[in-house]
Ligand binder design. Sequence first.
Ligand code: 6PG
Length: 259
Amino acid sequence: MADVQVYPDANSLARAAAEYFVTLAAEAITARGRFVVALSGGSTPRATYTLLASKEFAPRVDWSCVHVFWGDERCVLPGHPDSNYRLAREVLLDKIPIPADNIHRIRGELDPDQAAVAYQAELETVLGADGRFASRSQPPPRGRLDLILLGMGVDGHTASLFPGTAAIHEQTRWVVAHYVEKLGAWRVTLTPVAINGAAHVTFIVAGRGKAERLREVLAEPYQPDLLPAQIVRPADGRLRWLVDAAAATQWRKWAVTLS
Ligand code: 6PG
């Protein structure tokens, strides 16, 4: 049974996501001295990132112990309006005392394959610390992302795992670059190997436009080529869906509506 929390509106959803981020950060920093998070791209998380940068939330996180990655990136310059890094930088990263070295963006300006290789190397360096890995395909026992925030597109994609793409079934690499036909664009994305190795994977989904797809992802048979968000099944991490009531309209029976 999926762990789905339904919130009345986009604002209460954003607050819940920010609270969850702060809680997980405190737990990770207390336990391991750091919090390694991969931010979601897209527009939904903007409200959450804005709250995290606010006077109400920012002081509750020891940003000096936080490492920020991304779940995916468009292959554009870091200042491009489509850049996921740019969004997070503008609404969050420029407003909090996080060390520049702790910001690990996907370098979308590079050749996509080179960007993917460089990003995986950076992930391994930060997560592995001592650089030892049992194997590339399995996150090391101690080295894994503490939290991955994900969105879901109206077509059921997540990160840049789009329907019908081979990246959905990547078994070895943590990061791949691929040309997404339906977008006519290159993307760099975490693969299910990295995503499903995380300690916490949290979707943030809002809006009536996603309601039917959300129902399909949560309630229809497993078909990740059609519904890539279904490939997200953390090996031993916790999967949570934080959604607003508008996105949950087609999927009421298991939902727990919170005030
Ligand atoms: C991206 C994202 C992507 C996003 C979904 C939802 O780079 O676009 O990583 O997976 O999360 O497309 O996007 P919205 O939040 O804008 O609906």
